[in-house]
Ligand binder design. Structure first.
Ligand code: GAR
Length: 204
């Protein structure tokens, strides 16, 4: 059973005549999902523009990726904010300052509050490396390996207050192989993330 056989059929891109969805990408680390979304836009598989990349770790690789692509990037270091709500208010300002309408959490490792959720109701998406509602929270791939599940995968969903909850937009299934390591499983899950995130944004 290959991953491709049980992955969802990706819908055809929408006609490009509609105005592009204006995205703010929130990321904490590597930024491979940012790259996948940007590549889908370049291929015209996703009618969108990335207005801004917001990141919270000064050393995050995603900042280099944004710079290589000439995308505006804003560092909001969570350590410099008194509360989660204060960080969320700064996020809202950065999103609005860059004229973005959608908040796309792509490896954003901070809990968000109702301040952000109320500001962009139904316009905040997240990707998570498991078949939700299984294995929410941190180290989802490790949780799946430890549980001994035979299939896992990834989920794109609308963000609600409870972490990794909210209506599911798209999932892809990844079989767990007997000799899988954390790294090998993570790599195959990410391959599927890069397929479904742009497709899910296109239909959200
Ligand atoms: C992705 O695998 C994403 O699913 C996960 O962080 C990774 C970021 O990768 N997100 C979560 O675990 C959120 N709960 P990237 O920085 O290479 O896009």
């Amino acid at each position: 059973m290959t991953d491709a056989l049980i992955s969802p059929a990706i819908p055809k891109p929408l006609p490009q005549s509609e105005s592009p969805a204006k995205l703010a990408i929130l990321a904490s680390g590597n930024g491979s999902n940012l790259e996948a979304i940007a590549a889908a836009i370049d291929r015209e598989d996703l009618n969108a523009t990335i207005q801004v990349v917001i990141y919270n770790n000064p050393d995050a690789q995603v900042a280099n990726r944004a710079s290589d692509r000439g995308l505006p990037a804003v560092l909001l270091n969570h350590r410099e904010f008194d509360s989660r709500e204060a960080l969320d208010r700064a996020i809202i300002n950065a999103v609005k300052d860059h004229d973005a309408e959608w908040v796309i959490m792509a490896g954003w490792m901070r809990r968000v509050t109702e301040v952000l959720i109320n500001a962009f109701s139904k316009r905040i998406l997240n990707i998570h490396p498991s078949l939700l509602p299984s294995f929410p929270g941190i180290r989802a791939v490790e949780q799946a390996l430890t549980a001994g599940v035979k299939v896992t995968g990834c989920t794109v969903h609308y963000v609600e207050l409870v972490i990794d909850s909210g209506p599911i937009i798209m999932q892809a299934v990844v079989p767990v192989q007997p000799d899988d390591t954390l790294q090998s499983l993570q790599t195959r899950i990410q391959t599927q993330e890069h397929r479904i995130y742009p497709a899910a944004i296109a239909i959200a």
